[in-house]
Design a protein around this ligand. Structure first.
Ligand code: GLN
Length: 250
């Protein structure tokens, strides 16, 4: 039994479309493998000490909530980058994903500073990009898997030249509705627009992040026993079918 320490960034401000549900999935799938998940909230006035956390998580939020926490998250930028460079894992969803880039120019035209972890910036557009999404990802070389979720964002995210997306859009809008890519990957740090919550219908991603978090603590990613994920697979298929049926259309 090993302990996995999670730093949950701004849980009281960034948590929409059931994003908090991702933490519940991490906790259950870790427990089924006899690992204990310890979740520590990180917010205004807290400090990030690289090495203390194995996994960071941040959810989504409306422009108003993003504006309230952006300066504090920006101040976390340097220690967070050091923690990720040190091998910690991270999952950022939508509004949290946007604020881990360089900046987010919101619908009022205000430029919210970002933590600068991901090589990207975001600018809000007129029309929201809403609907089911399906991506193809290759986090492990040669192993292509799909991610199904739900997106609802005004922000258009532009990756820097050479930056790695999380996946290729099979159905839906993704980062900007044009590039054909979604999310961003920087080592063990993943950013995405996918809500839902994301992990109940994509358990392989929860396991991938948990394995990275354990590798941060033990030096080696474990090989997990497969779990009976019939319900999860059915939820994935329903979401994927909806994405094909209507994803990516205004
Ligand atoms: N407020 C941001 C936008 O509209 C993020 C929304 C979200 O987290 N769903 O793009």
């Amino acid at each position: 039994m090993s302990r996995i320490v999670v730093g949950h960034l701004f849980p009281d401000y960034l948590n929409i479309y059931a994003d908090r549900g991702n933490i519940a999935v991490f906790a259950r799938r870790a427990a089924w493998r006899r690992h204990e998940l310890e979740v520590r909230p990180l917010g205004l006035g807290d400090e990030i000490r690289p090495g203390e956390h194995d996994l960071y998580y941040i959810g989504g939020g409306q422009d108003r909530e993003q504006a309230l926490i952006a300066p504090a998250l920006e101040a976390f930028g340097e220690p967070l980058r050091a923690a990720i460079d040190g091998g910690a894992a991270l999952l950022a969803v939508c509004g949290g994903y946007q604020l881990l880039g360089r900046f987010y120019r919101d619908r009022s035209g205000d430029e919210l500073p970002g933590a600068g972890l991901f090589p990207l910036h975001t600018v809000a557009g007129e029309r929201r990009m809403i609907g089911d999404v399906l991506l193809e990802c290759e986090l492990d070389p040669g192993l292509r898997r799909t991610l199904a979720g739900f997106e609802n964002h005004a922000g258009r995210t532009f990756l820097d030249e050479g930056a790695k997306p999380l996946g290729r859009v099979l159905a839906g809008f993704g980062n900007d509705g044009e590039s054909g890519y979604e999310g961003c990957r920087a080592g063990r740090a993943l950013g995405t627009y996918l809500h839902g919550p994301l992990l109940p219908r994509n358990p392989w991603l929860a396991d991938w992040l948990l394995a990275q978090a354990i590798a941060h603590r033990t030096g080696k990613p474990p090989t997990f026993e497969p779990l009976p994920d019939e319900f999860e697979a059915a939820a994935h298929d329903v979401s994927a079918a909806r994405a094909y049926a209507r994803g990516g259309r205004y």
